[in-house]
Design a protein around this ligand. Structure first.
Ligand code: HEC
Length: 134
């Protein structure tokens, strides 16, 4: 009996997961916007050309590092020569730029930021992915 119930439960789960396929992504974007507003918006906008303490992050996914026009980057960020993929962004935001640890992606850049938890990073990437590219 228990076995039958388990089978029924997994059949149900298999049926439901594709049906909800779109919902988690939308939820992630909303969570990611909340994380952005909380952790990034004090220094970054997502409007092209609108810089604050940090450069505009409009279309940052897929862009080369230190290429937002009109922003004056630190020598360390200019030297980084990265492409902001989901992997490099995730690594950059995992440890922040001031932890000083050996696991830190970039050293000496001018972003005073202590890092973001994995769940918030995943949501944030979903949000950045939802923005138009540069
Ligand atoms: C206290 C201000 C501050 C906060 C908070 C902050 N940043 Fe930054 N960010 C900066 C500054 C300043 C730079 C430029 C660094 C440099 O030139 O060394 C930067 C650079 C960047 C870059 C590189 C952009 C490029 O054009 O190459 C990315 C990506 C980035 N930040 C993402 C984020 C995200 C995502 C968050 C939130 C999770 C965040 N930052 C929070 C100030 C901040």
């Amino acid at each position: 009996m228990r076995h039958v119930l388990l089978q029924a439960a997994s059949a149900l789960a298999l049926g439901i997961v594709p049906a909800l396929g779109i919902a988690p992504a939308a939820a992630d974007v909303a969570l990611g916007k909340a994380a952005f507003d909380r952790a990034c918006a004090s220094c970054h906008s997502v409007e092209p050309g609108k810089h604050g303490t940090g450069p505009s992050l409009a279309g940052v996914l897929g862009a080369k590092s230190a290429t937002a026009k009109g922003f004056s980057y630190s020598p360390a960020m200019i030297a980084a020569d990265l492409t902001w993929t989901e992997a490099t962004l995730d690594a950059y935001l995992a440890t922040g730029a001031r932890s000083g640890g050996g696991d830190q992606l970039l050293h000496g850049v001018d972003m005073s930021f202590r890092g973001l938890a994995a769940g918030d990073r995943a949501a944030l990437l979903a949000y950045l992915r939802s923005l138009p590219s540069r």
